[in-house]
Design a protein around this ligand. Structure first.
Ligand SMILES: Nc1ncnc2c1ncn2[C@@H]1O[C@H](COP(=O)(O)OP(=O)(O)OP(=O)(O)O)[C@@H](O)[C@H]1O
Length: 374
């Protein structure tokens, strides 16, 4: 229970934030839509005056037919110095450098000695993790349909390519950092670990990310190429989207490495094209991973091929038979590497606690970030 004094302090802080936002052209609502380690995110509204002054903001909001924004408030006075001096400036730099892409959007920033305010495009439909879990529950089958996964993954790839083209690596790509707006567009968020690099070959050494999504070279504390590390995380995200599970799940980095070395496996029917794309991204050796250009033009990313697969899957519950060379035949299950299965599935008991028919459904667990300062 919060003490009276604490409640009063929170109320005063909130009133200050309302005033500071108003002075900058935004109405801050009391509806908190998220919070991070050192931040709170509120629903806000652009005032008429702001819309008159800021043409870009006005035209964007006009197309959405509302004036709502997400206002992320970072208490710089309370956050550790390293965060305020190093990570927050990088986040702001990265958001500014990537302005404006349909899948990433910082409208504006204002600040004073105590707080920094980031005015972001509102993504009102929660994050990808929630979406995967909710869809898995609705379908009674883990993961998204490949068609939907493709639509979302294309946007994610486009957003990451936009960052890389501007010399920014995200370094914390994960389902929780991909938000969805009311039109189903993804918004890449949380650039707290992002960094810029001067050359494609420059290596980084900060140990950051979230273990299940972190590239093995980072887990092994090697110097790494940020772009190639982002590609690994993209592979984990795609695997999570289509299977509703994490490919490798361990808390301890050294155990994760062990799992990764054992290899990847799929426990449910996923199209061979999608498997090949995931395998191409989840390569232990960074240099062996598919590049973003190869990802964008991979055959799974083209709708026609996989629509046929999905239709067959829906009709028979099994992947379609293939006749071409190297493909599988008849009712055989997908060819699997002989190593152990390494999925991060979390069995969910049915409501009465027994292992009912849906006991093999899983929920993707949220993953805590590593190396948060403070
Ligand atoms: N543009 C947005 N629209 C809607 N909700 C948002 C938006 N940005 C952030 N949020 C919500 O606020 C939460 C925290 O935001 P964000 O991840 O950017 O903060 P953070 O301080 O970097 O978090 P963390 O400490 O977890 O890394 C998000 O998980 C999300 O629920």
């Amino acid at each position: 229970m919060k003490s009276c004094a604490k409640r009063e302090e929170d109320r005063k802080t909130f009133m200050d934030q309302v005033r500071e936002s108003k002075e900058n052209g935004y109405l801050l609502s009391s509806r908190k839509i998220g919070s991070g380690a050192f931040s709170k995110v509120y629903l806000g509204y652009a005032t008429q005056e702001k819309l008159r002054q800021n043409y870009k903001l006005a035209s964007d909001l006009r197309s959405k037919r509302h004036a709502m924004v997400a206002i992320k408030i970072i208490s710089t006075a309370k956050a550790p110095l390293e965060y305020s001096r190093k990570f927050l400036p990088r986040e702001i730099y990265s958001l500014n450098a990537t302005y404006k892409h349909i899948n990433i959007q910082l409208y504006e920033m204002y600040r004073n000695s105590r707080r920094t305010y980031l005015v972001l495009e509102l993504a009102s439909r929660g994050d990808l993790l929630e979406h995967i879990n909710a869809t898995s529950d609705r379908r009674e089958c883990p993961g998204l349909e490949e068609e939907e996964a493709r639509r979302l993954f294309r946007q994610i790839v486009s957003a990451v390519a936009h960052c890389h083209n501007r010399g920014i690596v995200h370094r914390d790509l994960k389902c929780e950092n991909i938000l969805l707006d009311e039109r189903g567009f993804i918004k890449l968020t949380d650039f707290g670990f992002a960094n810029r690099y001067s050359s494609k070959n420059s290596l980084m050494s900060t140990f950051c990310g979230s273990v299940p999504y972190t590239a093995p070279e980072i887990l092994m504390s090697k110097k790494y190429n940020g772009e190639l590390a982002d590609l690994w995380s993209l592979g984990v995200i795609l695997y999570a989207m289509v299977t509703g599970k994490l490919p490798f799940r361990e808390r301890q980095p050294h155990k994760m490495i062990h799992m990764i070395k054992q290899g990847l496996s799929f426990q449910q029917p996923i199209s061979p094209e999608c498997q090949s794309l995931i395998q191409g991204l989840l390569q232990l050796k960074p240099g062996a991973r598919l590049g973003l250009q190869q990802v964008a033009t991979h055959c799974w990313m083209l709708p026609a091929t996989s629509a046929i697969f999905q239709q067959a899957l829906n009709a028979t519950g099994r992947p379609p038979e293939r006749t071409s060379r190297g493909s599988r035949q008849g009712n055989q299950s997908p060819r699997r590497p002989s190593h152990l299965l390494c999925t991060g599935r979390l069995p969910r008991p049915s409501r009465d606690g027994s292992q009912g028919p849906r006991a093999d459904l899983c929920r993707l667990p949220p993953s805590a970030a590593l190396a948060r300062p403070g």
